[in-house]
Design a protein around this ligand. Structure first.
Ligand code: ATP
Ligand code: ZN
Length: 294
């Protein structure tokens, strides 16, 4: 049994940067100049294995790694395809690399719902998820598997529709396509085997996951400080997004105004600040929170 935690991370791509960034924010330090396949943390018993994201579910299922950072879409596809990925579970949702697996077809065309796909061909890099979604909807369609550039399939008449990952929707639009159904909402997730895990590796992982929760929460959590007229205190409190019990403090030499400090767990928009101001709040400060253990 190893006494170190081995985490599989994408070597390059959309998950690589976000994954490394999160691990560093959790306090891991890595030596400069990295090996092609391995990276050893200097300050914790953690090793990273840098691999292709599509291989990560198998690496973790087989026990080559204890944990892995992968898109939920890849995990779900491997699980839908059967095999060892079914022994995996999500340990933590990581809050980055958000995207949606969607069905799309030519804008203004005759395909506008999943039912219209009966007898048609659908191009995708996610054959198992797509097949399952179609079957769940009682639709019989041909699946055309493509490794990339799925969005060109309808124009090339390789397929009538596609099932592909969408984030901003710009790629679909540029190819004259319109999404009409959501198959899966995805984000980066931390995965592990459901059972048969190494106890020491789990212990280290638990420390990292506690920190990661703090990091993920901090990303949208803000610390708000403001001065509030005592008679508007309740109205002002109710405007604070996702704040539990704020601190109310006396201001020296004033009995009509108090200082209010609160941690807001939801996004704070300009509109919120303007509404606070309208209720009489003054000297409003919104501060980022760097670390948080809740
Ligand atoms: P390869 O396997 O060839 O290295 P890839 O397409 O799997 O390439 P990336 O493009 O880095 O690798 O995507 C990795 C993950 O990033 C996806 O599986 C998905 O979870 C996530 N992602 C977020 N937004 C998008 C998007 N717009 N298109 C594709 N993936 C996205
Ligand atoms: Zn990939």
């Amino acid at each position: 049994m190893s006494s170190r935690l081995r985490i599989a991370v994408q070597s390059k791509g959309r998950l690589a940067e976000g994954g490394m960034d999160l691990l560093k924010r959790c306090g891991l330090r890595f030596a400069y100049g990295r090996d092609k396949l391995h990276q050893r943390a200097e300050n914790m018993d953690v090793d990273l294995m840098l691999v292709r994201d599509d291989d990560i579910p198998n690496f973790v299922a087989s026990g080559a790694c204890d944990y892995g950072i992968v898109g939920e879409n890849v995990l779900a596809e491997e699980q839908a395809a059967g095999g060892r990925a079914q022994e995996l579970e999500i340990a933590l949702r990581l809050g980055f690399a958000g995207c949606t697996l969607k069905l799309a077809a030519a804008e203004g065309g005759e395909i506008t719902s999943v039912k219209d796909l009966d007898g048609k061909a659908v191009a995708t890099s996610y054959p198992a998820l797509t097949a399952k979604y179609l079957a769940d909807n009682g639709v019989k369609a041909e699946i055309v598997e493509m490794r990339g550039s799925v969005e060109v399939a309808p124009r090339l008449r390789i397929a009538d529709a596609i099932c592909d990952l969408v984030s901003s929707g710009a790629t679909l639009q540029a190819n004259g396509l319109k999404a009409f159904e959501t198959v899966l909402e995805s984000e980066a997730v931390l995965i592990r085997r459901k059972s048969g895990r190494d106890a020491t590796a789990d212990e280290i992982a638990n420390i990292l996951m506690r920190r990661a929760r703090g990091v993920i929460d901090c990303a949208q959590t803000k610390y708000i400080m403001l001065n509030a007229p005592v008679d508007r205190l309740e109205a002002i409190r109710s405007l604070l997004p996702g704040a539990d019990a704020p601190t109310v403090a006396q201001i020296a030499g004033r009995d009509d105004v108090v200082a209010l400090h609160a941690v807001c767990r939801e996004r704070v928009f300009w509109e919120t600040l303007e509404a606070l101001e309208k209720e009489g709040a003054r000297a409003i400060l919104v501060l980022p929170i760097e670390k948080m253990l809740a």
